[in-house]
Design a protein around this ligand. Structure first.
Ligand code: AGP
Length: 614
């Protein structure tokens, strides 16, 4: 996620901004930049890489100034490079802007601006925004504040912006919708940031802008907040912060993993934003569109990945074969790359990777590419090695995932794969208009269902307390929820160090049932939308051998509640989307058990977030 920092007051803005950007590094980024206004005009430096790289670039006498803005960029439009880094200047060089978010309709705005003679240096949506503001400001001869408001009323998307004019070194205009922005109120000084960490050492008084709010930060004046839509003034609420630095980086959560579990309503919304147009009955994915023929005419999809990404691929196998009626093979990348696989030009290989840097996955896709397959990537890191190696792709836009155990990246991967399968099924005429719209509307409803489910984790916490000292767990699922059983087992073992196995529920009688006794907790994923009667029988088989059953069930399911030792209720949805729902309680179960066992949840032993070696 991008980070924004700004300062206006009596101090030298440079160290305030640079240290502030360092406080935001935890958000994940790939480039950084700073712009300040001082006695001798504008100074701006930006580059791909880390804040330390930016400092090296500034080393040759950057100068000082009492007003400035800085940015750490998490690339969404345009790969990480110096040109795409923020801050961005307007064509005339008068306006300087930083932005966290996505402008969905930037392409049409850019087209109109080019037609009016505007030129662009970067590939970013942000540069379009700063030029739109300038175009309006000049054309209507209005103030920066008014131009920002007019521009934002034309924009569709999410933003937290800070912008100033080089002609006015005493004012920064900020605005917020969908991305966080907070203003620190000091003694005759203001701080602007994505969260309070950059200014907590200077002041504990903060105004958190709400969506559709903008503000003028002006030296020697009170903070003026108003509505972007109605222009009505708003009386800002000044918080007296009590948090410490470390807890803010985690958004008040004790661990990044828990924060990322709770972010999944938003991360799936961000993943679907601009792609799933349920009200219009459409899917719009540029990466898919550019290779539509290859995807629609593929003889076979080969999905490669590792760990959780491999599990997302398994879910995709069910979705693609069920809806798009196309053969799918899912391969561990590490096996695929060495088994001399048969690959033809009619194959489409989908490489799934959160980090985009997993060595086995990268090597496997290079092999497939050499043999003529079309390579489609699903990554969470823009400009990562895997993303750059593919012919086309779709980013998951889940934001940086810091916890080693993958959570929001998994559900974002499944959401993107669902969109692709639905797009193919629809374009191949395999779904009626009504069916297609039903799928789109249900997928659109998933973030709200996750939000509702995450209102309380009391039940998973209670169950975790009971079983935190178990030595083994079994996870069982059928159909779409078999891969969820594997994912749930992986989550548990990688952060709590308890051995856990995932199995197709019907497979139990072919061996694992010998393991069942009163010391074997068995997690059974049993939503109504699945092979319900069958999974009920599997639960009975476990109970008949004194196994302890923890069942993930649809809200209000009284039948399994009679059988199982514990039930965790989840929102109902179509079977095809059930992994997006049933995964959530398994993430929480593994998290709470690991915490109760005193494990290092965010950095489990022996594990790395990105396995860049074989
Ligand atoms: C998942 O919780 C693990 N951290 C691990 O299995 C991970 O999914 C795997 O290493 C693949 O990583 P990638 O998605 O970045 O390629």
């Amino acid at each position: 996620m991008c980070g924004i920092v700004g300062y206006l007051g009596e101090r030298n803005a440079v160290p305030v901004i640079i240290n502030g950007l360092k406080r935001l590094e935890y958000r994940g980024y790939d480039s950084a930049g700073i712009a300040i206004l001082n006695g001798s005009g504008l100074k701006l430096a930006k580059c791909k890489g880390k804040v330390s790289d930016l400092e090296n670039k500034m080393a040759s006498g950057f100068g000082e100034g009492t007003m400035g803005i800085g940015h750490t960029r998490w690339a969404t439009h345009g790969v990480p490079n110096d040109l795409n880094a923020h801050p961005h200047k307007s064509s005339s060089g008068d306006l300087v802007l930083i932005h966290n978010g996505i402008i969905e309709n930037y392409a049409s705005i850019k087209e109109a601006l080019i037609a009016r003679g505007c030129s662009f240096r970067s590939e970013t949506d942000t540069e379009v925004l700063v030029n739109l503001i300038e175009d309006i400001k000049d054309a209507e001869n209005i103030s920066l504040e008014k131009a920002v408001r007019a521009a934002l009323n034309q924009v569709i998307g999410a933003y937290a912006i800070a912008v100033f004019s080089v002609k006015n070194p005493d004012q920064i205009v900020v605005a917020k919708k969908g991305s966080p922005l907070v203003v620190g109120i000091g003694e005759d000084e203001f701080f602007i940031a994505s969260d309070a960490t950059p200014f907590l050492e200077y002041t504990k008084k903060a105004v958190y802008l709400e969506d559709d709010e903008m503000a003028v930060v002006q030296k020697g004046k009170e903070l003026k907040v108003r509505s972007i839509k109605s222009n009505k003034p708003i009386d800002p609420y000044v918080h007296q912060l009590k948090m410490d630095l470390e807890s803010i980086e985690k958004g008040g959560y004790p661990h990044f993993m828990l924060k990322e579990i709770y972010e999944q309503s938003k991360s799936i919304q961000d993943t679907l934003r601009g792609r799933l147009l349920a009200d219009k009955g459409m899917i719009k994915m540029s990466g898919v569109f550019d290779y539509h023929d290859k995807l629609l005419n593929a003889d076979r999809f080969i999905i490669i990945g590792c760990g959780t990404s491999w599990h997302a691929g398994l879910v995709a196998e069910y979705i693609f074969e069920d809806l798009a009626r196309v053969p799918v093979e899912v391969e561990y990348a590490s096996e695929f790359r060495y088994r001399n696989p048969i690959i033809t030009e009619k194959d489409v290989v989908i490489a799934i990777s959160q980090s985009g840097e997993t060595a086995d996955t990268l090597a496997a896709l290079k092999l497939a590419k050499e043999k003529g397959a079309t390579i489609f990537g699903i990554c969470n890191v823009v400009g990562s090695s895997i993303a750059r190696e593919t012919h086309a792709g779709a980013y998951t836009h889940a934001g940086p995932e810091i916890g080693v155990a993958s959570t929001k990246a998994f559900t974002a991967q499944v959401a993107v794969l669902s969109l692709i399968a639905l797009d193919i099924a629809n374009n191949k005429g395999l779904l009626s208009k009504t069916q297609f719209r039903q799928y789109l509307s249900e997928l659109d409803a998933i973030p709200a269902k996750i939000e509702k489910m995450l209102e309380s984790d009391a039940q998973t916490r209670y169950i975790s307390e009971l079983y935190k000292n178990a030595h083994n767990f079994l996870y069982l699922g059928r159909g779409y929820n078999f891969p969820v059983a594997l994912e749930g087992a992986l989550k548990l073992k990688e952060i709590s160090y308890i051995h856990a196995e995932g199995y197709p529920a019907a497979e139990m009688k072919h061996g694992p049932i010998a393991l069942i006794d009163e010391n074997m907790p068995v997690v059974v994923i049993a939503p109504k939308s699945g092979q319900y009667e069958k999974i009920v029988s599997n639960i009975q088989e476990v109970k008949a051998r004194n196994g302890k059953v923890i069942a993930v069930v649809s809200n209000g399911d009284s039948e399994i509640a009679q059988l199982a030792d514990h039930v965790i209720e989840v929102e109902d949805t179509l079977e095809v989307f059930s992994p997006l729902i049933t995964t959530i309680p398994l993430q929480l179960l593994s998290y709470h058990i690991a915490v109760m066992r005193g494990c290092n949840v965010d950095q489990p032993r022996n594990l790395a977030k990105s396995v860049t070696v074989e």
